[in-house]
Design a protein around this ligand. Structure first.
Ligand SMILES: C[S@@+](CC[C@H](N)C(=O)[O-])C[C@H]1O[C@@H](n2cnc3c(N)ncnc32)[C@H](O)[C@@H]1O
Ligand code: SF4
Length: 418
């Protein structure tokens, strides 16, 4: 019998080989995929990469706030959204992430107003930090027509907030808890982000975070494993696996899994737009999109982004990859599995063949069971998926580093991102 450790190492190896800067190549295409694709995705992701200060653990596309550049960036975003409109795209779902989308509150309000004017939006999700949970900014977010607010808490333990350079910026765990309690009911969905497997984090601290979480009127929690920004970095797999099991046990009575790391109290909007939407457009520097079988990322250089959008309405791409039918099937499978259940038949030959095979394999490996034409992942299966998704994000991170290095090399050094 193959041991659990070997299987997890195998998953990591497979994922590492699949999602790396060779398989997701950098490319500069003369025409942006959104201009030429026949498809019209319903979901738009908009990226705002600026932050007041950089958190040392963060592996996303972000850079320290430069107000003048950020103003130019929001101007460029407006211009890019117009280009999407003129290309005939009509969105229903908008997800604004970062970085810190609330960094210039006036500009975020204008961006959302403009998006509502352009499209018949049914649902708007925005990411924020805990300092958005009070006063004028909170009022403004409520008035801007946001359905889902996602607040990055990371941990309720002050020693971890301090280590993450967030205690001084966003206050103690107790004060964040009080602000979350006061914001209850203001949005259709209130999500908080937490992280587990932090350096030296104990099981008792996880239990305490879960207790605080369960005591709050929060609709949803996205509890990420710490994802090392260095692809070769140590994952502390044994602790990660133990804490993942613990979290699943602690939340089982109040929440149910909506993805491998997202848990919802009821039928609330899922954190990951990549699960909800099989196709999505991306706007802004470093935003990813997936349309008509093509995965692309806009330039990670903020300066380049502003310059090129001002010239042509669309940004340069940092990466474009058109998937073969087999790769499309695999991508779809991964996203369906990420949502922890996999329909066995989708009227797609390749997908159905692989899903059928996995449906037979999963119970044998103790990774899931078949319920009404769907493979439902067990805790063990969900952990394997977590390993795959963590490596997928590590691959994306490595790709971003490669693209940033290329931007520096070609002279675009200012504001290329951190
Ligand atoms: C990229 S941030 C953007 C929103 C906001 N600035 C914030 O800090 O919450 C969204 C979430 O990503 C998660 N995150 C960032 N870096 C991570 C990492 N290295 N490992 C795990 N989660 C991470 C954090 O939980 C964070 O709340
Ligand atoms: S965690 Fe959030 S606030 Fe911190 S650097 Fe990353 S995006 Fe910015």
């Amino acid at each position: 019998m193959i041991s659990e450790r070997v299987l997890v190492a195998l998953m990591r190896h497979v994922a590492g080989r699949t999602f790396n800067s060779r398989t997701l190549p950098s490319a500069h295409s003369s025409e942006h995929p959104l201009r030429v694709c026949a498809s019209t995705p319903r979901t738009l992701y908009v990226h705002v990469p600026f932050c007041r200060e950089i958190c040392p653990f963060c592996s996303f596309h972000r850079l320290k706030l430069d107000r003048e550049l950020a103003q130019r960036y929001f101007d460029a975003l407006e211009c890019e959204l117009d280009s999407h409109l003129h290309a005939g795209h009509s969105y229903r779902y908008l997800y604004v992430g970062g970085g810190t989308p609330t960094i210039l509150p006036d500009r975020l309000s204008r961006l959302l107003e403009g998006a509502y004017r352009r499209w018949p939006l049914e649902s708007v999700s925005v990411e924020a930090n805990p300092d958005a949970l009070e006063g004028e900014l909170l009022r403004r977010l409520v008035d801007s027509g946001i359905h889902r607010l996602s607040v990055g808490v990371q941990s309720f333990a002050d020693r971890h907030l301090e280590a993450m350079n967030r205690l001084r910026k966003y206050g103690t765990g107790e004060s964040i808890r009080d602000r979350l309690a006061a914001a209850a009911g203001m949005f259709e969905t209130l999500n908080i982000d937490l992280i587990f497997n932090l350096p030296t984090q104990t099981e008792e601290e996880i239990r305490r975070d879960a207790r605080v979480l369960r005591s709050l009127p929060i609709d949803q929690v996205t509890w990420y494993p710490l994802m090392p920004s260095d692809p070769t970095g140590n994952r502390h797999v044994a602790r990660e696996q133990a804490q993942f099991s613990l979290i699943n046990r602690l939340l089982a009575d109040d929440f149910s899994p909506s993805s491998v790391w997202c848990f919802s109290r009821g039928a609330t909007m899922i954190d990951e737009y990549v699960i909800d939407s099989h196709e999505y457009a991306g706007a802004g520097s470093g935003a990813f999109g997936f349309v008509a079988g093509t995965l692309y990322a806009n330039t990670f250089s903020v300066v380049d982004y502003c310059r090129r959008v001002a010239q042509s309405g669309m940004p340069p791409t940092a990466m474009v990859r058109t998937f073969s039918p087999v790769e499309r099937g695999l991508y779809r499978l991964l996203m369906d599995f990420f949502a922890t259940f996999l329909p066995v038949a989708r009227d797609d030959g390749f997908y159905d063949a692989v899903a059928g095979f996995l449906a037979r394999l999963a119970p044998l490996l103790g990774a899931g069971s078949i319920e009404g034409g769907t493979v439902r992942l067990s805790l063990r299966g969900r952990y394997w998926l977590l390993v795959l998704m963590r490596e997928f994000f590590a691959g994306v991170n490595a790709l971003r580093q490669t693209c940033l290095a290329a931007a520096h090399y070609s002279g675009g050094s200012a504001g290329v991102g951190a």
